[in-house]
Design a protein around this ligand. Structure first.
Ligand SMILES: [Zn+2]
Length: 111
């Protein structure tokens, strides 16, 4: 609620302004609205806290699973293969064996 004397925000349930100390008229609608707003903010804060708690729990579980995976499961051995540029090519024999060729008997129809 805004104080009519100093134009600053003050509690709607107090009969005096918390900033300037002057008396403030209490209006039922204003007080009710202030309490509703406060209850809604409290609900939002509670929901945020609960959501954040579950988020941190999920993050902790994820880190625990990753840590257990790294600690308990041995790493997969990589095949020991030299890089292609270090392997000497064997040029004495062809890379692909020659295919056996056969003559095909073609039948050509007479003209
Ligand atoms: Zn005031």
């Amino acid at each position: 609620m805004i104080c009519p004397h100093c134009d600053k925000d003050t509690s709607a349930s107090e009969p005096y302004c918390l900033n300037c100390g002057r008396p403030v008229e209490l209006d039922f609608d204003v007080v009710s609205e202030a309490f509703d707003k406060e209850a809604e903010e409290k609900l939002v804060r509670g929901t945020e806290l609960k959501t954040r708690k579950y988020l941190y729990l999920a993050l902790g579980l994820l880190l625990a699973v990753i840590g257990a995976r790294l600690a308990l499961v041995p790493p997969v051995p990589r095949p020991h293969v030299l890089p292609a540029r270090l392997v000497e090519p064997d040029l004495s024999r062809p890379a692909v064996p020659p295919l056996p060729l056969e003559r095909l008997a073609l039948e050509v129809p007479p003209p």
